[in-house]
Ligand binder design. Sequence first.
Ligand code: ADP
Ligand code: MG
Length: 640
Amino acid sequence: MVNDQAVKTQKKKFETETKQVLELFAKWLYQNREIFLRELVSNASDANDKLKMLALKDESLFAGDADLKIWVQYNKEANTLSVRDNGIGMSLEDVIENLGTIAKSGTKQFIEKLSQEQSSDANGQLIGQFGVGFYSSLCVSEKVEVRTLKAGLPKDQGVFWSSNGVDDYEVAPMELQSRGTEIVMYLKEDAKEFLDEFRLRKIITTYSDHIAYPIVMFVEKTLEGETDKDQKPRKEIQEEVVNQANAIWTVPKKEIKDEEYQAFYKHVSHDFNLPLAWTHNKVEGGKLEYTSLLYIPTEAPFDLWNREYKHGLKLYVQRVFILDDAKNLLPTYLRFVKGVVDSNDLPLNVSREVLQNSQTVDMIRSGCVKRVLDLLGYLAEHEADKYQKFWDAFGAVLKEGPAEDFANKDKIAGLLRFTSTKCDSEKQTLSLDQYIERMAKDQDKIYYVIADGYDSAKNSPHLELFSEKGIEVLLLSDRVDEWLVSRLTEYQGKSLVSVARGELDSNMKLDEKSEEDLKKTEADFEDILKRIKESLSDRVKDVRVSKRLTSSASCIVADDDEMSANLRRMLIDSGQSVPEMKPILELNLKHALLQRLKSEMQDDKFADISHILLDQAILSEGGSLDNPSAFVKRMNDLVS
Ligand code: ADP
Ligand code: MG
């Protein structure tokens, strides 16, 4: 007789990525092994949440058992530890998808990054950001078995999954009596420490105290005053709830310890690191009633810049989990925030579509934004080190703010940090308020230069006159900066102005004598400028005398209403088509090359030098030449 079960058993290889992640975890998790329990409990809690949510629409899914729990049980004889829930469960397809692959976007890049990092410390940080999840159970086990039955499916559609965490896993159908998932770990020899009631209690209260479901352990209790037949105190195995089992955000602030907030953060965020800061607020009595518990992480997650990045806010309605990745509750520029919003005003059957057009959601959202910005403002003012940490991790994201959130533009602008010609490193530490505070009385603008890297910004020829006059210029080189300055055009009544744009302003004017000198030289050069313009007529819109250059020969500038060269390059890089645009070439008449042009009679030589002036200006701005070999040839001719 053929064993039906054996026939249906499938052996499957782990995906390469899964295998790589498993190997990395095995190495790194060694010192942090206990978190496997947190991860499994967290999954069980998610599974209960999901069932509760679905049962709002279809109560039959509960099948008479709406008392959702999580059980943790150990067995010293069998060397096993198990975590069980009566939540949503998994179908065969679910199991193959969830326990054989790593669905997270960006996993490939993440693994590449991990294998490049040398120190294991750095790896720890990175893995922490990744969230280890179910696979961490394999790190403490010789073998892991999963038995699971999805809510609503018949008993014979249960699934058995088993793996030793090396190359492959087995899945097979299995008859199961009740819905939910059980994970059984056959512990490794060196992981037997986890077969201990007190150790397990400690881990659970440390990491999972405020999981909203009771975590039940089977413990041996001595029965008071009762004895067995040998007159010894009678003992009995009893179920005991070992966690507080209340949703932390419903507890009054005063009663919550920092450690409890931190532990809950790890549960919602799957992050290993402690949160940098949090804000916990109850709004009630007015038009709205909701609670928010919002965290700012310490480290940026590896996939922060992925298009499909999951937002970290979970929405609950009257303590029932509704959805995670609640994008409508916070704007994109605050996508790094993790936490929970629990509303009493939304219907329990609220869908993503409804969320999009809900006034209640809009009001909650602006409340949450205010909380986060206030928290950041507080850190900036009172905990500068922490704020700097925040800025280093998420500053580039916050810079999207002024464009996305007009109403809070000024508040966000006050939180921005930059580096400048007067800061001595690339590190962004300068606020706009500080900039304004230290500028000269007659300066009425905030100046910036924008380039594709810190070095090219710092060495931009556009800065020459500014350095000479001691005027501070912000050095912008994050990708998002173009976007930022296109929307943030003024702060505290001072306009933000590019040093590479248009004509210079009043406080940059030359003194009378220099002005006169310049006029004279300009007259001298009138013909020359005309000739240069003719030679370059295909490539430039205008040629004019520069007031901003003191040592370089030339630079290019954009008109006030035109796209900067840097923005053009960014758009082209990202595959967009941009209209043809010719720059304005500005020349430093005192430079030797210009003097040389004055005496150059030969037309072709003259044209060569004109092109060199333009090419140099493009290069020093961080641009690239359409025809670099022509430039090299002209340079060589000039030198020889
Ligand atoms: P994450 O929880 O971050 O999604 P995990 O590795 O912890 O990653 O889990 C992978 C997936 O496996 C989960 O998203 C879920 O779909 C499924 N899963 C894990 N544990 C359970 C469980 N106890 N009940 C139902 N599904 C589960
Ligand atoms: Mg998980």
